[in-house]
Design a binder for this molecule. Sequence first.
Ligand code: VGL
Ligand code: ZN
Length: 208
Amino acid sequence: MKALLLVDIQNGFCPGGNLPVPHGDQVVPVANKLIDSGKYDLIVASQDWHPPGHGSFASSHPGKKPFEMGELSGKPQMMWPDHCVKNTLDAELHPALKSEEIDLIQQKGENPLVDSYSAFRDNDRDASTGLSDFLEDQGVTELDVCGLATDYCVKFSALDALEMMPGIKVRFIEDASRGITPEGVAAAIDEMHARGIEIIDSQKALTG
Ligand code: VGL
Ligand code: ZN
């Protein structure tokens, strides 16, 4: 069983959103091609889904500005702009994404006291979302991962997939992903590659 994981392709991470990833919307047509390809038995998407006043928001920490480091529950935490507040337009999947074809939407980031970059578990590696159990129950042995943002949620999701589902083959689809900073993207790709994730482009995913 082969699955596609579309990470956080939400308005909030696209131009015009509250935490825009440069050219984030450019992943949408590529993701749609992958969705329509017939190559995947299962398509899942993650959705960053924060309560108002989430502890990862700079606005929840007096004196802190977005993109500074701060602390959350005693641990270092990047201070983000308010983003992807649940039940707002910012948190909705991009309207052009073919979401009718998505089999499961995994929400994450609801606990105000811990951030959750990965679709599989929170940043403390404590609470599992249940996505790894779901994929294992479905018999998934190959997982292609792409979306937003390469240097945060995509990277942590891909690494957790590898770690939490022993034996699974994980590939990262580079041109179906965008990151927050170029240095962050380069480091994320190096780290994924070093851990055994194959770095591919969508052409390979569609044909190979
Ligand atoms: C993300 C920062 C904060 C992401 C989510 O989807 O990469 N980044 N929340
Ligand atoms: Zn978030």
